[in-house]
Design a protein around this ligand. Structure first.
Ligand code: ATP
Ligand code: MG
Length: 230
């Protein structure tokens, strides 16, 4: 069992191929200290999502190793690894249940006050309270009754409730209105506090707030550094 990890992440010469021929991730190495925010940028198909998939073991490297707190993640049980990682996808996994039930996935014992706080930090309290039954409102299949920005904020609230040491955030590429974009940035900022965060970034504001930026091209890291140095 991994227990609660502190969130130091290292990729050591990681290579991965989907088809056994072309490398989707090629010799990728980097290390991250607990609490840092790392942005992954690069053109479509450059290997960003695959890299983060290797972190929460959607697949394992063909070569090299991914380590957390100095331990190869293959040594942890999948369940205990994933307890340590919160994910916010572009299209968040929401279920045709109530908002509250969706939020409690990952932390069934959360108190009312904790839920209220997570919604507040995720900039979601207002739109949730505007729903017919508030938190008890049933949302449609895949959260279809909500906007993309609302779905992503609920997903951030869920990650906050889970309170993992590592967070993965795949930023929406779709055009968001300026207000929604500001709310998401604010929610993201609250969510990153005190944890190692990986963001697949499409927006300048997100990149600017990162401690470190990795630039991907054709599966490789071709540049890295801070916003100022790149
Ligand atoms: P985007 O910005 O479009 O999300 P990305 O940087 O996340 O791109 P990846 O999804 O990691 O890119 O893809 C890296 C390479 O692996 C691409 O060539 C892609 O076509 C390929 N690939 C991604 N997912 C799969 C899959 N499930 N099966 C086969 N090949 C895949
Ligand atoms: Mg991707």
């Amino acid at each position: 069992d991994a227990g609660r990890l502190s969130g130091a992440v290292a990729f050591e010469k990681v290579t991965f191929s989907y088809d056994g021929r072309r490398k989707a991730v090629k010799n990728v190495s980097f290390s991250v200290k607990p609490g840092q925010t790392i942005a992954l940028v690069g053109s479509t198909g450059s290997g960003k999502s695959t890299t983060l998939g290797l972190l929460h073991r959607v697949f394992d490297p063909e070569d090299g190793a991914v380590k957390i707190d100095g331990v190869d993640i293959r040594e942890f049980t999948l369940l205990s690894l994933r307890r340590n990682i919160g994910v916010v996808f572009q299209e968040p996994m929401l279920f045709a249940r109530t908002i509250e039930e969706n939020l409690r996935i990952g932390n069934p014992d959360a108190t009312d006050a904790e839920i209220a706080r997570a919604l507040e930090l995720a900039q979601a309290s207002e739109f949730v309270s505007r729903q017919s039954d508030g938190r008890a409102t049933r949302i449609g299949e895949r959260g279809r009754s909500l906007s993309g920005g609302e779905r992503q904020r609920l997903s951030i609230a869920r990650a906050l409730l889970k309170n993992p040491p590592i967070l993965v955030f795949d930023e929406a590429t779709s055009a968001l209105d300026a207000t929604t974009e500001r709310q998401i940035q604010k929610a993201l900022k609250a969510a990153t506090r005190g944890r190692t965060t990986f963001v697949i970034a499409h927006r300048l504001a997100t990149v600017r707030n990162a401690d470190h930026i990795l630039v991907f091209d054709q599966g490789e890291i071709v540049e890295s550094g801070s916003f100022e140095t790149l």
